[in-house]
Design a binder for this molecule. Structure first.
Ligand code: NAD
Length: 431
């Protein structure tokens, strides 16, 4: 008989530690699945975490030391997969949590990959381009035996981009004396990057929002939207939803939040960021106002709220004031478990990160497949594959949520944990 385990839960306590929150989400689904202690021991904790010291010669000649991490959560269903973040707030627990979410994200969309995540504690805005390149290359070469097309395949995340992926790929290929593009995804197209990778995270979210709108009988053309974060995920989220007929009421980035009663043209904002790096000064454009408190964006009376920045943005304190009908999580971990409970009570439909932003890793997987074949697919084929994968995943999670009367987040974890646990049991333990 299966021994049911009750994991230590957060209870009423609110944590802003991403790993606490990731495990709490796991816990909620594990209880419903009645996982045994043995099963949990095999699939919950990260498999390994590596810390590296990165001494970099700065442009003025002095040496500065940075710290980097790579967490491999799971390689049970395939090579570990997950982005590398450059941010001053990167921590061991954040990297572990992000790696954990990657395992279950790949399992929700049923792609044959495990989970990993990396990070360097750095504010890249303080580095010149050549310092950034030296840091990226040193990170990759320090972890050269950890990464590999069959072991661990990184991708972009916060403050990393296709150019940095190109440096990673070049560093690895030079060490191995071969052209090895499959070691990293999110590369420029000239180096084996896939069609559709740039827009993939946001496009996957759009498929989820379209499915949610259909479920609630809402017309996309009548939806108003607020987007927090205007980087890769957020700017494309605004642009693609605008293309679907939605009105973009507000957008934000690290410089502040900007609102327009007539709606914001996302392309105007994208061009503005391209010229100025940030949205700072965007309020000078016609009809745009800057909010005094940027966090007020999360409480605007819109239909769809898209967190596309960092973790823990919607918590115990502000969740009671959220007015959106749908929250589509482009960011990882933007809603704490306590906030999840409050949003559920208030009837807010949360499309969880491990489903909602899985379009990125899905097209990364397609990029990896193409690299390994040396044969490249058209934009249309990638778009069709992404749509099919996201629509199937959304339907499976929604059905589980309705059948088991649980939130979409717990349903997504139920679907994903089931797949990872089955694979772990079949593989057994090598000892
Ligand atoms: P990015 O570096 O391209 O953009 C991050 C954006 O967030 C920037 O506009 C930045 O100014 C803004 N930001 C930072 N702190 C903020 C704050 N306190 N308030 C408002 N805005 C703030 O990063 P990205 O790749 O777009 O990633 C954003 C989120 O999406 C992250 O949680 C990431 O893990 C997640 N995600 C990204 C991908 C991807 O393919 N890039 C895939 C899945 C999930």
């Amino acid at each position: 008989m299966k021994k049911r385990i009750l994991l230590k839960a957060l209870g009423d306590r609110e944590s802003f530690n991403a790993l606490d929150n990731a495990f709490e989400q796991f816990n909620r689904a594990a209880k419903i699945l009645e996982l045994t202690e043995d099963q949990i021991a095999m699939i919950m904790e990260p498999r390994r975490i590596i810390e590296v010291q990165l001494p970099i010669r700065m442009d003025d000649g002095h040496v500065k030391l940075f710290k980097g991490f790579r967490a491999q959560h799971s390689m049970i269903r395939g090579p570990a997969k997950g982005g590398v973040r450059f941010h001053q707030d990167v921590s061991v627990d954040e990297v572990k949590a992000l790696a954990f979410w990657m395992t279950y994200k790949c399992a929700v969309v049923n792609i044959p990959m495990g989970g990993a995540k990396g990070g360097i504690i750095v504010d890249p805005n303080e580095l010149s381009d050549s310092e950034l390149e030296r840091l990226a290359r040193r990170y990759f070469s320090e972890l050269i035996d950890v990464f590999g097309p069959d072991t661990d395949v990184p991708a972009p995340d916060v403050n990393t981009n296709p150019q940095i992926m190109a440096w990673f790929m070049d560093t690895y290929s030079m060490h191995k004396r071969q052209y090895l593009p499959a070691v990293v995804t999110g590369k420029p197209k000239a180096l084996g990057g896939s069609q559709g990778r740039g827009t993939a995270t946001a496009m996957g979210m759009v498929h989820c929002v379209r499915n949610a709108a259909e479920h609630f009988d809402l017309d996309m053309k009548n939806l108003t939207v607020a987007v927090q974060g205007y980087g890769n995920a957020g700017s494309w989220a605004a642009k693609l939803l605008h293309d679907d007929g939605c009105t973009i009421r507000a957008i934000s980035d690290i410089s502040g939040a900007y609102i327009s009663k007539d709606g914001i043209d996302p392309q105007l904002a994208i061009d503005f960021v391209r010229r100025n790096k940030k949205l700072a000064g965007f309020e000078k454009e016609k009809g745009i106002k800057k909010l005094t408190d940027p966090m007020a964006l999360l409480e605007l009376p819109v239909d769809v709220l898209i967190p596309a920045a960092l973790e823990n943005q919607i918590s115990n304190s502000n969740s009671p004031r959220v007015q959106a009908k749908i929250i589509a999580e482009c960011a990882n971990g933007p809603v704490t478990p306590k906030a999840d409970d409050i949003l559920t009570e208030n009837g807010v439909f949360v499309i969880p990160d491990i489903l909602c932003n899985a379009g990125g890793v899905t097209v990364s997987y397609l990029e990896w497949v193409q690299n390994r074949m040396g044969y490249y697919w058209s934009k249309e084929r990638i778009a069709d594959n992404l749509k099919e994968i996201m629509d199937n995943a959304f339907a499976t999670v929604l059905q589980t949520s309705l059948e088991k009367k649980v939130t979409m987040r717990t349903a997504a974890f139920i679907v994903a944990i089931d797949r990872v646990a089955e694979a772990a049991e079949l593989r057994g333990l090598y000892s």
